[in-house]
Ligand binder design. Structure first.
Ligand code: ADP
Ligand code: MG
Length: 863
């Protein structure tokens, strides 16, 4: 831009021609596959359709076609159909207040025309025969032919984004991700559209069409949920019961309880029960609607998850919530996709939600009914326990004990009653045992849970900083949506370590509470080793280039000029520059082996040439060289000084939990992988730490933490989990999309010990059956872990990842395998531990978050 302005005089300000404006803006209306499909489905719904078919080819990259049986388009509207800001839904701004249609901006079809090849087939209610309309990129009709069809409209969009070449490439590259997001959006419309049958299929290449989602046109929200996610999902849900906000909550939100419009909001929907195991491992099934319009009300989302977390710490709820509010109190026209909605009295809404959810989760109703059942059937447990629906409830009881040890007395009573009922009625042995087993598993789970929380939060944060591009590096990256949520919850303290496991007294727990603040240090690590190296390269690179020049001059001088002090200069060269160079060199992997001396001699040839030439040219060289020498000397001295101070300052962080992040950043920046091999081992300290020296820096290394980290990373990378075959294949009730994700990433599942039989010919959602689960001593895995993997993989297809619980398991295994504090180590053993540090990706923390290494002192500072 600057070169432009310097070349030409200021230009007159003129309007951009309309066609260009159109192309510029269309890409902002239709952002991605989701918006394209969303807009078309919304149009069909607006047209009163009861039957909508969405047909995709190659996940939508090739073709998106939405057909409906709506009212159709009248002939006189053909022209306006695809013109910018032409709509049949509002006439002026005031209509916006009462708008009840999804669309009203008249942008979607016109934008789609600008971005792709659009053909529309339509037959209006009143027309005798339909029409086929082909449009150009400006939304003008280029062909119009009669076309027989029943009432309704079909919009056919080919090669979305092909008019924007860069976006098109990007779109095709990320098509699976786009597709996964689109399905998520489509599911929302499927759920909320009562009485509308929506069916979506996808065809890859010339393959078979496969169903993506389909609903049956039921008039109930619940049945729609069942159609999208399977009947089984319904068992874990409770209906939302709305209550007026209570006093405490009003106070929290600064609301005046008396002056509030009581009936402003009316909320309906479903949410997971809060018993452990009944939620989900990710936020993949959360749908919020305002007046039936799918949207992302950030504060509501956050609140719902927070309240849920306080009852079921490790899971996220399934949520479908429809918030009905007078249309005068909302503004939907905030963003073109209308997913951000401004609400009047938002605090009131939050207060209602909080009061209601707390009551729903906290009330006795849930627990009592469970308790009741158990008492009733105590003598006859066999009959009811194996039932699908009952199982989780049984699990819930031991769980509520372990999960919330400090909870209200009533839960203890519940438990006491449970025990009583078992002992009074002489429960069949097997059932009793299984209940005990569940409990044991949970308490061991609790032991690990803290570590898990830590490590998940950490990796999640790490993954967060890493843009999706870099996913291939991280086998632990967690999809962004999940991330956002868990970050939220971390912020709000729900994942906080000290809080979550305050009652935990295991040694591991203890160490982790100490290292609470260690969550941060690794935060950026994953993302940034490369980046840091690059930065390093940039900053050091420049400095180094200038140094090299100095050396060339100096190296050549003594040979040529006897009048300069021959002793002084080379000495300086050796004592300052090469050292700096040597140190810095090491951070460049490619050149790490080159030595400055070698460089010197190699470079001396061209520098001789230069100087000879200079000498020849001017007679008063002698004089000027002296000055030059002096100057060079000064420069070098200055540089030496500054590098020395730099050396002193390289490690500034204190060894204290509060400075873990800074300390780690320093280490990450200053210590590259190959430096570990060059460390000199001074000895062992206090049978727990290794003292090592690198140049003039002394480091202290925690022998247990570092070994643990190494073992952990090795387990992560190389372990193929053993699967345990199931007696009978188990249905998973996956959605069509999740099924596809699973089928496409089978190898990753197998490495994690999950195996499946796949029946390509079975109806979608029943193609996959689980036949093998990973097992390992007292760790059990199940469908939730599969869900979690699917969620990760839909964001980063094909990238090796592990369910968080597998990571927990590895962490605890690694811990047990590693050198303990208190063990004397010989030189060889210490050398091995330090060499290992150079072989792993993240050597700065143990999997539980404890720091592995700290800088103690720079010897330069002492001398
Ligand atoms: P908007 O939905 O904001 O009005 P669109 O560009 O999506 O803008 O659609 C423009 C117009 O085309 C709509 O107002 C509607 O009258 C008509 N239209 C679009 N899709 C359909 C459809 N599937 N059935 C009937 N009419 C439609
Ligand atoms: Mg529209």
């Amino acid at each position: 831009p600057s070169s432009l302005s310097s070349l030409q005089p200021a230009k007159a300000i003129k309007p951009i021609d309309r066609k260009s404006v159109h192309r510029i803006c269309s890409g902002q209306v239709v952002l991605n596959l989701s918006t394209a499909v969303k807009e078309l489905v919304e149009n069909s719904l607006d047209a009163g359709a009861t039957n909508i078919d969405v047909k995709l080819k190659d996940y939508g990259a090739e073709l998106i076609e939405v057909s409906d049986n709506g009212i159709g388009v009248e002939e006189e509207n053909f022209e306006g159909l695809t013109l910018k800001h032409y709509t049949s839904k509002i006439q002026d701004f005031s209509d916006l207040i009462h708008v009840e249609t999804f669309g009203f901006r008249g942008e979607a079809l016109s934008s789609l025309c600008a971005l792709s090849d659009v053909t529309i087939f339509t037959c209006h209610k009143s027309a005798k025969v339909g029409a086929r309309l082909v449009f150009d990129h400006n939304g003008n009709i280029t062909q119009k032919t009669p076309f027989p069809r029943q009432q309704g409209t079909t919009v056919n969009v080919q090669q979305l984004f092909y008019t924007l070449p860069v976006r098109h490439k990007e779109f095709q590259r990320n098509i699976k991700k786009e597709y996964a997001k689109m399905v998520q959006v489509l599911q929302a419309y499927c759920i909320v559209s009562k009485g509308v049958r929506i069916n979506c299929t996808n065809q890859v290449g010339q393959g078979k069409k496969s169903s993506v989602v389909s609903t049956t046109g039921s008039s109930s929200l619940k049945e729609n949920i069942g159609a999208v996610f399977g009947q089984k999902q319904l068992h874990s849900l409770i209906p939302f019961v709305q209550l007026p906000p209570n006093e405490a909550v009003c106070e929290e939100y600064g609301l005046n309880a008396t002056g509030m419009p009581q009936t402003l909001y009316s909320i309906t929907g479903f949410i997971s029960r809060c018993d452990h195991g009944l939620g989900r491992s990710t936020t993949d099934r959360q749908f919020f609607f305002i007046n039936q319009r799918p949207c992302d009300p950030a504060k509501v989302v956050k609140l719902v998850n927070e309240v849920y977390h306080s009852y079921n710490k490790h899971q996220y709820p399934f949520v479908v919530l429809n918030i009905c509010v007078d249309s005068e109190c909302i503004d939907i026209n905030v963003t073109p996709d209308k997913r951000q909605i401004l609400l009047q009295e938002e605090k009131l809404l939050l207060a209602i939600l909080k009061t209601s959810l707390v009551e729903m989760f906290g009330s006795d109703v849930n627990k009592l009914s469970v308790n009741q059942k158990l008492l009733d059937v105590a003598g006859n447990l066999k009959k009811t326990l194996p039932e699908e629906t009952e199982k989780p409830q049984v699990q819930m009881l031991p769980d509520s004990e372990t999960e919330k040890p400090s909870c209200e007395g009533r839960k203890i009573i519940t438990l006491a009653r449970l025990r009583e009922s078992f002992s009074l009625h002489q429960t069949p042995e097997s059932n009793f045992q299984s209940s005990k087993k569940v409990k044991r598993q949970h308490s061991s789970f609790r032991q690990m849970s803290l570590d898990a929380t830590l490590s998940t939060v950490r990796t999640q944060k790490a993954a967060l900083t890493k843009e999706s591009e870099n996913c291939h590096n991280s086998n632990m990256s967690i999809p962004s949506r999940h991330l956002r949520k868990s970050e939220d919850s971390a912020d709000s303290g729900f994942c906080g370590t000290s809080e979550s496991d305050a009652g935990c007294s295991t040694p591991e727990g203890g160490s982790c509470v100490n290292s609470k603040s260690v969550i941060n240090p690794e935060e950026e690590f994953c993302s940034s080793e490369k980046q840091h190296q690059n930065e390093h390269l940039k900053t050091v690179g420049c400095g180094e280039r200038s140094l090299e020049c100095d050396i060339q001059v100096l190296g050549a001088e003594p040979k040529l000029n006897d009048w300069t002090d021959p002793n002084k200069l080379p000495q300086e060269t050796n004592s300052s520059s090469p050292r700096v160079k040597c140190f810095k060199r090491k951070s460049f992997k490619s050149e790490a082996s080159k030595c400055p001396e070698v460089k010197n001699t190699r470079n001396s040839v061209p520098s001789v040439d230069v100087l000879v030439k200079v000498k020849k040219k001017t007679v008063p060289l002698e004089f000027s060289m002296k000055v030059l020498t002096e100057k060079v000397k000064k420069v070098i001295q200055q540089q030496q000084k500054s590098t020395e101070t730099q050396n002193y300052r390289r490690f500034k962080a204190k060894i204290s939990p509060g400075e873990n992040k800074v300390a780690e950043d320093e280490l990450r920046k200053e210590i590259s992988k190959e430096m570990f091999a060059k460390m000199e081992i001074i000895g062992q300290f206090n049978l727990g730490f290794i003292i090592a020296k690198l140049n003039s820096d002394l480091f202290i290394i925690d022998q247990h933490a570092t070994d643990e980290k190494y073992n952990f990373e090795m387990l992560q990378q190389h372990t193929v989990l053993q699967g345990q075959k199931l007696i009978a294949p188990q249905d998973l009730n996956l959605t069509a999309v999740n099924e596809t994700v699973l089928i496409e990433n089978l190898e990753i599942f197998r490495k994690n010990g999950f195996d499946f039989v796949i029946n390509e010919n079975a109806p979608v959602t029943q193609r996959v059956k689980l036949i093998s689960l990973p097992t390992s001593k007292n760790w059990t895995f199940g469908p939730q872990d599969i869900d979690e993997l699917i969620f990760m993989l839909s964001d980063c297809p094909g990238v090796m990842c592990r369910p968080s619980r597998v990571r927990q398991m590895f962490a605890s295994r690694a811990c047990r395998k590693s050198v303990m504090i208190g063990t004397a180590l010989n030189m060889q053993e210490m050398r091995k531990l330090i060499t290992h540090m150079g072989e792993i990706e993240h050597p700065w923390n143990c999997p539980h978050g404890r720091p592995t290494m700290r800088h103690i002192v720079s010897l330069d500072l002492i001398s």
